[in-house]
Design a binder for this molecule. Structure first.
Ligand code: NAP
Ligand code: MG
Length: 400
């Protein structure tokens, strides 16, 4: 069999733990037998990040800017326990945070809908796509542990030395304080990414924040969205028969629960983090979710939305059989290959990406799935497969 050729390499960002094991299996069984895979490889596994003082993460983001399309494996975000476990030089920052800050843009997450895995919100009939702003707010905060009585102020100093000063709080005793920021440019590109994605996929956009309480910060987001919509998108939306509206986040949450889906829900960075986990879990599983970062400069990074599945990894290390769901990681690869195929005008590569996704869905709909899905499926007599057997079943399906 001749393999499908590629012209431009993908940026390959390898990761940690169980997802690193799955990563290799996907390449060996589902991609390399069919595609003459070209990648520029970056090892974002924690050990190598530590060895390179996290330079490898920065390099991988730079490579993504240069080559245009990346596929990323889940990675450990270091915490105190990981510093000890891996003997780290430092508690390195979240690679996702570093990469998102460098690429800017918006993360779009949508559930992978499969017959037999029904959302627990009964009225959800269509996918809900979460658009998460990928810059700033609490992910780029500065914090102070206030030791005792005193005051905390927020000070802006202009180039000419003039100041704007706001008292945060007059402390009578110990406490905490936090400073956050965002940028008009980043908010504007977030808005444009959402509106473009809406036109691409013919879906309404809902944007929600808490501008009644955050009268300057959140309000700025609301204003920028509205200005850009009115000036650049209103006409195209009307033609496409779709709409944009703003609503308070608490109202949005209530409406989402009653809606039937089929829209894009744009959220600020933290809201998007939390809401995407909620929506994906309600649709079935974190492992049944696609995730792509779209930067304003037209660069794409595909990933799985879940973590490194640590508990399964330790079982794997102990020689026990695991049944870890690889669907989100497979769809990260298929998403990246499809985008590469579109950009490089390689219809065979696009077709392969579509077939890989279809084979994955078909295996599940035939009743063969990993343990997380077997627990919740409405299909009769599901067959629970191991991590490897599930991937092998997809490979067999792909061969037809
Ligand atoms: P996690 O890896 O997402 O796993 C949490 C639990 O969810 C698992 O223990 C498992 O439940 C279930 N689960 C998640 N993905 C699954 C899959 N593919 N198949 C089957 N079950 C799955 O989150 P975590 O345990 O909180 O975090 C582990 C590490 O991942 C941390 O070091 C964290 O920093 C990192 N992380 C990375 C990313 C990323 O790179 N995108 C995102 C989040 C977290 P059961 O154990 O009950 O089976
Ligand atoms: Mg999260």
């Amino acid at each position: 069999m001749t393999k499908i050729a590629m012209t431009t390499p993908l940026v390959e960002m390898d990761g940690d733990e169980m997802t690193r094991i799955i990563w290799q299996m996907i390449k060996d069984e589902l991609i390399c037998p069919f595609v003459d895979l070209k990648t520029e490889y970056y090892d974002l596994g924690l050990a190598y990040r530590d060895e390179t003082n996290d330079q490898v993460t920065v390099d991988s983001a730079e490579a993504t800017k240069r080559l245009g399309v990346a596929v990323k494996c889940a990675t450990i975000t270091a915490n105190a326990a990981r510093v000890e476990e891996y003997g780290l030089k430092e508690m390195w920052k979240s690679p996702n945070g570093t990469i998102r800050a460098m690429l800017d843009g918006t993360v779009f997450r949508a559930p992978i809908i499969v017959r037999g895995i029904e959302p627990c919100v009964r009225n959800w009939k269509k996918p809900i796509t979460l658009a998460r702003h990928a810059y700033g707010d609490v992910y780029k905060n500065v914090e102070i542990k206030v030791p005792g009585p005193g005051k905390v102020e927020l000070v802006y100093t202009a180039a000419d030395g003039t100041e704007i000063r706001e008292l945060v709080h007059e402390y009578a005793g110990p406490g905490v304080a936090q400073g956050m920021h965002n940028l008009d440019d980043s908010i504007a590109s977030f808005a444009r990414s959402c509106f473009n994605y809406a036109l691409d996929t013919k879906q309404d956009v809902w944007f929600s924040s808490k501008d009644t309480i955050s009268k300057k910060y959140d309000h700025r987001f609301k204003d920028i969205f509205q200005e850009i919509f009115d000036a650049e998108y209103a006409e195209a939306f009307a033609e496409a028969g779709i709409e944009y509206f703003y609503t308070l986040i608490d109202d949005a949450v209530a409406r989402v629960m009653k809606a039937e889906g089929g829209f894009i829900w744009a959220c600020k960075n933290y809201d998007g983090d939390v809401m995407s986990d909620m929506v994906s879990s309600a649709f079935g599983s974190l492992a049944m979710m696609t995730s792509v970062l779209v930067s304003p400069s037209g660069v794409y990074e595909y990933e799985a939305a879940h973590g490194t599945v640590q508990r399964h990894y330790y079982k794997h290390l102990a020689g026990e059989e695991t049944s870890t769901n690889s669907v989100a990681t497979i769809f990260a690869w298929s998403g990246a290959l499809r985008k590469r195929g579109e950009l490089d005008e390689l219809p065979d590569l696009v077709d392969f990406a579509n077939r890989l996704e279809k084979a994955t869905v078909d295996v599940i709909e035939s009743g063969r799935m990993t343990g997380d899905l077997a627990l919740i499926t409405t299909l009769p007599n599901p067959q629970k497969l191991s991590t490897r057997d599930f991937i092998l079943a997809i490979a067999e399906e792909l061969r037809g």
